[in-house]
Design a protein around this ligand. Structure first.
Ligand code: BDP
Length: 707
């Protein structure tokens, strides 16, 4: 199997399970229009039932038919004409699933078209897992915004993409063939994600040429039947660079008119566009600050242009920082940037501006505390930005299942005004009374059949959908469901994938960066393999502040960057005090000697050594665990994952030795267990017979056994 259907394979149920199902008389679809998600739902049910149960069922559009033993799918409004069922309250995109309705009917009724399609998928995914239990339940999303951001470039490359070229763009234009785009929309809608921003946040203004505007129309037309809307990322300086204006100053009337005009052109092609995503004044991108205007001035310009278009919003990214800092400014703390830039503007943004905040204060590291900005906006609405792309987490060559990480962040209680404020309630809008907020994620699916470059990593997309709908979902049951749908109902398969997945984040953290020091990868460009030495003394500002005696970034008010004070008082007090800071964030908030004792009783440096050995050792178990699945799943995917996990196991050893040796060199404190420098389990190149290789120097040097 190629993996192209992801978790929507609808594998035939084993005969004994199938036998327990009575089948259906027909599928009654309450919308005849082929572009409606309700119609799509009908077709999907027909296809799924054929594959899962082996039954061919006809579609009818007539509610006045004899409905016994049928499936009815549509909106509650369309159904009201023909029924009197009592349905629990539904929110936007919600649905009602009743598998024991009158006359042995199954009712799948959406609050809107999209909800009906979500309901159809829910029902099919239950069937596919052999779950025929009766339900009569309302399903409602935690938040209205459940998006993904693809970072696709017009030339077909993908920023931080590890799964082949873009499915959207090639050679400067939108692709001709929409087949993959439809398949992608199907995957998104099955996990109840309602929009995709199709191009990179480092955007190209050529997106606005006539060919591409028509291309956007085709993308939107392809995704609409799946209930997925599209949005685009904008390049701030487009008026100057693309429109020929002398400036892109957001307070210049001509610039405002230019954005209004181009927006009108965009909406002529895509009338239901969800809006614009803006990355400005960050990492070399121009923005309002370039023109001595505030970030709110910039955001509001787009907001005004979008006002006439229904519920369209501006997603203004809080990821604003300058990486060209002079040496003297290295003392600045990039973790402070978002709050410093945005907090005082809280009252200034137009109602249709939403601030898009990365989950941590820096940049998708293996461990960060939650971004303090999530607790600093009151009036201005926000979405949290996750990263399904494993940019700093092994780039889909290592596997890290991220649902447990997201859950920790979403469960984190910010204690705004001393009251319970778990982040999931902030982003749902409940805590501060926001009407439009929620979630987005960086996603890097490409044209590879695996979608994402590693069959196991696709679980992150599935989990993202599940958690945005219901952030209280349990990561373990999510991965179990995903495994049953993706691989097999076999219990060994489910248990094995679950075990590898649930162990994957702690394992990666152990061998890649502990105690809140961040992922010790090459920070300058690749963000991949070990390079602890690259962390300090550069404008990218992801500091470890490691010297020969001590390590960690002092973010306290007392002696450091003052970052702790950006959190609400109760949380600030916990992080300010080294005694109450949890060990796994110790070096994020404090600078301590390598000999500092953790709550576990170990010193920091011994913890580093032990964790890296532990992590690399545990990574060796992944290919062994996986080997149990030989013959229980298809060979193609078995071999693909086996290869990846074996590579990961090897690279984990490179990580282990590089990081340990680097810090040993710095502090010269020996490992109590005398392992560092012994390069356990490594096969040295000089001990191998090699042909066809040439000798190169190893970077970073500490990755080489001889240093
Ligand atoms: C960083 C990525 C960079 C993105 C940036 C962003 O390395 O490629 O452009 O985030 O989020 O993590 O804008």
């Amino acid at each position: 199997e190629s993996g192209i259907d992801g978790w929507l394979r609808y594998s035939a149920l084993p005969a004994e399970i199938k036998a327990a199902h009575r089948g259906y008389s027909k599928i009654v679809v309450l919308d005849k229009s082929e572009t409606s998600p309700v119609y799509t739902a009908g077709k999907e049910l027909q296809k799924g039932i054929k594959k899962i149960l082996g039954q061919s069922v006809d579609i009818s559009f007539d509610l006045s038919d004899d409905l016994s033993n049928s499936i009815v799918v549509g909106t509650t409004v369309a159904f009201a004409a023909g029924g009197d069922e009592e349905i629990a309250t539904l929110k936007e995109d919600g649905f009602w699933l009743n598998t024991k309705a009158r006359n042995d009917c199954v009712h799948i009724l959406g609050q809107n078209d999209r909800g009906a399609l979500y309901g159809a998928f829910e029902y099919l995914m239950r069937l596919a897992q052999g779950d025929f239990a009766a339900v009569a339940e309302a399903y409602n999303p935690s938040a209205p915004i459940r998006w993904v951001n693809q970072w696709d470039n017009l030339d077909g490359s993908i920023e931080r993409g590890y799964a082949g070229p873009s499915i959207f763009f090639r050679d400067g234009e939108v692709v001709k063939d929409m087949a993959r785009i439809a398949q992608f929309a199907r995957l998104l809608s099955s996990i109840r994600l309602n929009a995709v921003v199709v191009n990179n946040v480092n955007a190209n203004p050529k997106l606005f040429n006539e060919t591409n505007l028509n291309g956007l129309r085709r993308i939107a037309d392809t995704m609409r039947p799946w209930g997925v809307r599209i949005g685009i990322s904008l390049y701030f300086d487009s008026p100057r660079e693309f429109g020929g204006l002398p400036t892109s100053d957001p307070l210049d009337p001509a610039v405002n008119d230019w954005w209004k005009d181009i927006t009108a052109k965009v909406y002529e092609k895509v009338p239901d566009m969800i809006g614009y995503t803006i990355k400005a004044n960050s990492e070399g991108q121009p923005g309002p600050l370039t023109y001595n205007r505030t970030l709110a001035d910039g955001a509001n310009m787009f907001a005004r242009a979008l006002k006439p278009y229904g519920d369209a919003v501006v997603m203004y990214r809080a990821f604003v920082y300058n990486h060209h800092l002079e040496e003297s400014e290295w003392k600045n703390d990039r973790a402070n940037a978002a709050v410093e830039y945005f907090k005082h503007l809280d009252e200034e943004f137009e109602d249709n501006v939403i601030v898009q905040i990365k989950w941590g204060p820096i940049d998708f590291q293996v461990r960060e505390p939650p971004s303090p900005l999530l607790a600093n906006l009151r009036k201005t609405k926000a979405v949290i930005e996750f990263q399904v792309a494993q940019e700093y987490l092994g780039q889909q060559s290592h596997f890290v299942y991220m649902a447990p990480l997201w859950k920790e962040i979403l469960d984190f209680d910010m204690r705004i005004d001393g009251k319970p404020s778990p982040i999931r309630d902030i982003v749902s809008g409940e805590r501060l009374g926001w009407n439009r907020s929620g979630y987005t994620t960086v996603l890097n699916i490409g044209s590879d059949d695996t979608w994402i470059g590693h069959h196991l990593s696709l679980s992150n997309l599935y989990a993202y959908g599940r958690m945005t709908w219901d952030p209280c979902s349990d990561p373990t049951s999510i991965i179990q469901d995903w495994t049953r749908l993706t691989f097999s109902l076999d219990q060994t398969v489910v248990d094995t994938v679950t075990k590898i997945s649930m162990d994957s984040w702690p394992t990666y953290e152990n061998y890649s960066g502990n105690l809140g020091i961040q992922t010790l990868c090459d920070i300058i460009y690749t963000h991949y393999g070990p390079s602890p030495g690259s962390q300090d003394g550069n404008g990218w500002g992801q500091w470890t502040r490691a010297n020969n005696h001590s390590i960690g970034m002092d973010r306290t008010v007392a002696t450091g960057s003052g970052n702790t004070a950006q959190y609400p008082a109760e949380v600030a007090a916990v992080f300010e005090n080294i005694e109450t800071t949890p060990d796994d964030l110790l070096l994020w908030f404090h600078h301590v000697p390598y000999t500092h004792r953790l709550k576990s009783g170990k010193t920091v440096i011994q913890h580093f050594y032990d964790a890296h050995y532990e992590g690399a050792k545990h990574a060796q178990t992944f290919p062994l665990e996986w080997a149990k699945l030989k013959g229980l799943i298809d060979d193609h995917r078995f071999e693909h994952v086996a290869f990846k996990l074996k590579y990961q196991a090897g690279h984990a050893i490179v990580w282990r030795d590089s990081v340990n040796y680097f810090y040993f060199n710095k502090c010269q404190i020996p490992d109590e267990k005398n392992r560092v420098g012994n390069h356990l389990w490594r096969i040295e190149a000089q001990n191998m017979k090699l042909s066809g290789y040439k000798v190169v120097s190893v970077t970073p040097a500490e990755a080489a056994s001889g240093g």
